[in-house]
Design a binder for this molecule. Structure first.
Ligand code: HOZ
Length: 434
């Protein structure tokens, strides 16, 4: 057993924060309701590490929930941000950087002819839904249980991530009339989608996390995405791939590159902004032409295309446009996968490690998880113990069973070995205690 870490400063900071911030946080999962205890407050990041307010150092497997694929404070991105900041914080007017980033996005995503930058993934997804409804003159949308597409009204139905962690299937405040236009179906169940299309003729769009990351990491079953492509085409509905998490992550061109399927619209965020707040949506020319000012579908934003965020995105994507980076990430994550699977086998604990590229989840479940109802069967108490055992050993995981781990290029062999060793010890520790 390592010498127990102290979290006194974090605890104090949380007490104070709760007096001034709702729940002491600005995004619910950060409150640690999924793992109990008091959230860690961070004061610094560097490469593969996060440093908390008590001076404890952790290997970071959260990467700010995905954006930091190059690790904390990457020098190239930092320099690009510094250069941009010196020239202006925001113009509220076009800058050449937006076009430069759009060209990089289009190169990675051949399904995208035109891009619109926004400031978050949430903005990207609700704007894409509005566009799909306008373009098809239909109202209803299909999403999947346990997928999370931000907190737009139409999308907070059976949502994963925070709502799953807090056990909130639907949010009060979303009018019933709006929620009733969203059909939430089981992930990986093509039959349910077929039935919905045969029942309703007014389905504007199917929005999906093509690799689900917000109920923990759940890959699509073979044929699921292809089936969605065929059904949406057949029924004149728009297929939206929400690649906010998977974009530039599972491959430079995201899931659509990995599986060779072209959606009508794609939403992006996270890595796209290199750690700055950026989202985007894009797709076919004729669809995107319906957005204002080319068309009547309204959407706007003061900080959209912000030059500092664009500069961070450009620096990040230029680095990532190199297949070797993805090969190295695959090798690093596979090393951890093998090590953890060995430890699971050795302890006999019921746990399944699921992974696609540099996204992964260790589910405390007997069988592989294919959808949200199976994810909800996991032993979340055990996950909470595992989370804290890993934290005590200096490895920071997402504080919820329903989130993905994200690997970065900053993780070198020694860090990976430490992750595997810590996981082995943590599994043994929770096995002894149960
Ligand atoms: N819902 C986000 C990840 N799936 C968490 C965002 C945050 O707390 O920063």
């Amino acid at each position: 057993m390592p010498r127990p870490l102290k979290f006194d400063r974090s605890k104090k900071l949380f007490e104070i924060a709760q007096k001034h911030l709702v729940g002491g946080v600005d995004s619910p999962v950060r409150a640690f309701k999924g793992v109990g205890g008091s959230p860690l407050f961070f004061v610094r990041g560097k490469g593969p590490y996060l440093i908390d307010a008590d001076g404890n150092r952790y290997i970071d497997l959260v990467g700010s929930w995905g954006p930091l694929i190059l690790g904390q404070v990457d020098t190239g991105v930092l320099n690009a941000v510094k250069r941009a900041l010196r020239k202006g914080f925001t113009f509220g007017a076009p800058s050449p950087l937006e076009t430069e980033l759009a060209i990089l996005v289009k190169k990675a995503y051949p399904s995208i002819d035109k891009v619109r930058f926004v400031s978050s993934g949430t903005e990207a997804t609700f704007s894409a839904i509005r566009l799909a409804r306008a373009a098809t003159a239909k109202k209803r949308i299909i999403k999947f249980d346990g997928c999370y597409h931000g907190h737009g009204d139409s999308l907070l139905v059976a949502a994963g991530s925070g709502p799953a962690t807090l056990g909130l299937p639907d949010s009060p405040g979303v009018p019933e009339e709006i929620a009733s236009l969203t059909l939430s179906l089981p992930y990986n169940d093509l039959g349910a989608v077929e039935t919905a299309f045969s029942k309703f003729t007014d389905i504007a769009a199917v929005i999906v996390e093509p690799i689900a990351g917000n109920m923990g990491l759940v890959p699509p079953q073979p044929g699921f995405l292809q089936g969605l492509r065929e059904l949406t085409r057949k029924h004149n509905s728009i297929l939206i791939f929400d690649e906010v998490m998977t974009g530039f992550r599972v491959a430079f061109g995201g899931t659509q590159e990995l599986y060779g399927i072209k959606p009508d619209l794609t939403t992006l965020g996270k890595i796209l902004g290199g750690g700055m707040p950026v989202g985007a949506y894009g797709g076919k020319e004729e669809l995107m032409a319906q957005i204002a000012p080319e068309g009547p579908v309204y959407q706007a934003g003061t900080l959209s295309g912000n030059p500092v965020a664009m500069a961070a995105g450009i620096a990040t994507l230029k680095r990532l446009n190199d297949k070797k980076i993805y090969d190295d990430l695959e090798e690093a994550a596979a090393f951890v996968e093998e090590g953890i699977k060995r430890a699971v086998q050795k302890t006999g604990i019921e746990a399944v490690f699921q992974r696609v590229g540099s996204m992964a989840t260790l589910f405390f479940s007997k069988n592989p998880v294919k959808n949200y109802s199976e994810a909800k069967e996991c032993d979340r108490k055990r996950f909470a113990k595992f989370f804290w055992a890993m934290a005590q050993r200096g490895v920071y995981l997402p504080p919820s069973q329903y989130e993905s781990w994200f690997f970065s290029t900053a993780l070198k062999r020694d860090h990976l070995k430490k992750i595997v060793k810590s996981a082995g010890e943590s599994l043994e520790e929770i096995n002894r205690a149960s």
